[in-house]
Design a protein around this ligand. Sequence first.
Ligand SMILES: [Mn+2]
Length: 243
Amino acid sequence: MGRRIFVGDIQGCREELEALLEAARFDPSADRLMPLGDLVGRGPDALGTLRLLVELGAEPVLGNHDLHTLRAAAGVRRPRPSDRIDGLLAADDCDELMDWLKAQPFVRLEPDYLLVHAGLHPKWTNPEVRLALVDPVAEHPHSTFATRVRYCSPNGERPDGDESAAPPPPPFAPWYTFYDPAQHGGRRAVFGHWSQRGLVDEPQALGLDTGCVWGRELTAWIPEERRFVAVPARRAHASPSGD
Ligand SMILES: [Mn+2]
């Protein structure tokens, strides 16, 4: 029987992705590869990572670094050297890869899980519908929230300033403390984006960004087997930050 492989933030770490697929004994003819966004950005091989994900028929959600990459390719944002996407943007197949990336959603619904890169606004119902028509190349508050939130208030306000220095005081709390699966068809939320927090394994939510690009681990959850699979980073590919 086919399995789903939910994978945390890959960020251009193609070698670690290959090692993870090997460790999980991924079968592209039967299994589904479902990355939680930030497929590229800061890591060493953005181009090879995207080519591999297309080849394997991956079903990702979009992350903030993916949006930045699409905007850089469209010429509306300037890539930074730390993005490490110059090779991707210069590749012969860049347009094809960007068309594939642009077609990916912000939210995916499975019967039992809801996939989103960063998180959901506490007041959103049917987030997949709300975000379905949002253009990833243009700035939009809903896509910004879904790809960047860490802390928010019960009303969905985000704190000002740097959340990585110290947690913001109440009423702010990790967004998933306000997530109620009963409001979303009983689905458990799966997300990435929060490497500083690391693995989150709460009854209502699962966070899989374990900081591969920062030299920690690339982690997957296989719901059909109820197990995590993780591989160590080959090295620290970038210097620490909260992204
Ligand atoms: Mn992110």
